[in-house]
Design a protein around this ligand. Structure first.
Ligand SMILES: NC(=O)c1ccc[n+]([C@@H]2O[C@H](COP(=O)([O-])OP(=O)(O)OC[C@H]3O[C@@H](n4cnc5c(N)ncnc54)[C@H](OP(=O)(O)O)[C@@H]3O)[C@@H](O)[C@H]2O)c1
Length: 284
């Protein structure tokens, strides 16, 4: 297979100035079960990250809470010193107490120490895209964004992104700061964030759909995409990703996997172009 396939997905300028290939990689699945602890196969997780870069992927999404800390540590172990042009986007805003347990924490002190921990683990001087994992309802929004703005003034982060937000919340945040990206759950069978996607597309905000494969359900045997995939001589996962890429020029899918084989399959979606009638059929 072509080695550097990801550039075929096209490019997007995050925050207007950091160019990435649109098909990225989500590094949540390289940790242990329940996004907790070490991965079952450390060697494979390292191989996935290195292969992602070989495939031309230069947007890697992670978070301090994946592991916690494990995903960021593995990224540095596999890829540091980083190739030029690699954008590692991380997030803050959750505390972890066990497998599958997530507690929002948007207190400014927490966001600051999470950012400083991420900088250290990732061996970075600056985080190019720092995403607020959730807007914590227990903390005034302006205090959470204020903490990020302070980190930005100190040069610790470049662009600010949001996750799981409504159009109204994006507009509220935009009164305080430009928003470079929004990361909401979105895939062919869950399009509840359609209005957010539309707003992002119209306003030059990168849209990073999480669960792009519906946690793998769109990729597995029996996928609702099996028929379309057979017609296109592709796999269901590739059709799910090609559908996303075609949906908006600002769409930046980050499929997650712990396997090199799945990574290669997913990356090859970059060269699959769906026509308008296939798009319509898939959306019916
Ligand atoms: N902002 C947020 O709140 C939020 C929430 C969740 C996730 N995320 C981010 O979004 C990224 C993507 O989400 P995700 O990883 O949870 O879901 P996903 O990409 O929809 O699906 C990942 C799952 O699908 C399987 N898979 C991947 N490629 C496959 C293939 N070609 N064939 C068969 N199975 C395949 C993986 O298993 P294998 O490991 O066996 O391949 C894994 O279990 C995450 O990695 C993370 O960076 C963000």
């Amino acid at each position: 297979m072509t080695t550097t396939v990801a550039p075929l997905s096209g490019t997007f300028d995050i925050g207007g100035d950091l160019r990435v290939n649109r098909l990225g990689f989500g590094a949540m699945r390289i940790t242990g079960p329940g996004v907790w602890g070490e991965p079952r196969d450390h060697k494979e997780s390292i191989a996935v990250l290195r292969r992602a870069v070989e495939l031309g992927i230069n947007l890697i999404d992670t978070a301090d809470s994946y592991g916690p800390h494990v995903s960021e540590r593995l990224i540095a172990e596999a890829l540091y010193p980083y190739p030029s042009g690699l954008l590692i986007a991380t997030k803050a805003g959750f505390q972890r107490s066990g497998p599958d347990l997530w507690t929002e924490d948007g207190r400014p002190d927490h966001l600051r120490s999470a950012c400083e921990g991420s900088l250290e683990r990732l061996k970075l001087k600056r985080i190019d895209l720092f995403q607020l994992h959730r807007i914590d309802r227990k903390v005034p929004m302006k205090d959470q964004i204020g903490a990020l703005l302070e980190l930005q003034r100190e040069g610790k982060i470049k662009h600010i992104g949001l996750s799981e937000v409504t159009v109204k919340q994006i507009k509220d945040v935009q009164r305080l700061t430009p928003v470079a990206t929004v990361q909401n759950r979105y895939n062919l069978v869950d399009r509840r964030s359609e209005d957010v996607l539309r707003y992002c597309t119209e306003n030059g905000i990168g849209f990073i759909p999480w669960y792009p494969l519906a946690t793998g359900n769109l990729a597995r045997e029996g996928s609702p995409l099996a028929k379309a995939a057979a017609k296109l001589d592709a796999t269901p996962a590739q059709v799910a990703l090609a559908w996303l890429l075609k949906k908006s020029p600002g769409m930046l899918p980050i499929p997650g996997t712990s396997s090199v084989r799945h990574l290669e399959e997913n990356a090859a979606a970059a060269k699959l172009e769906l026509d308008n009638s296939t798009m319509r059929e898939l959306e019916e």
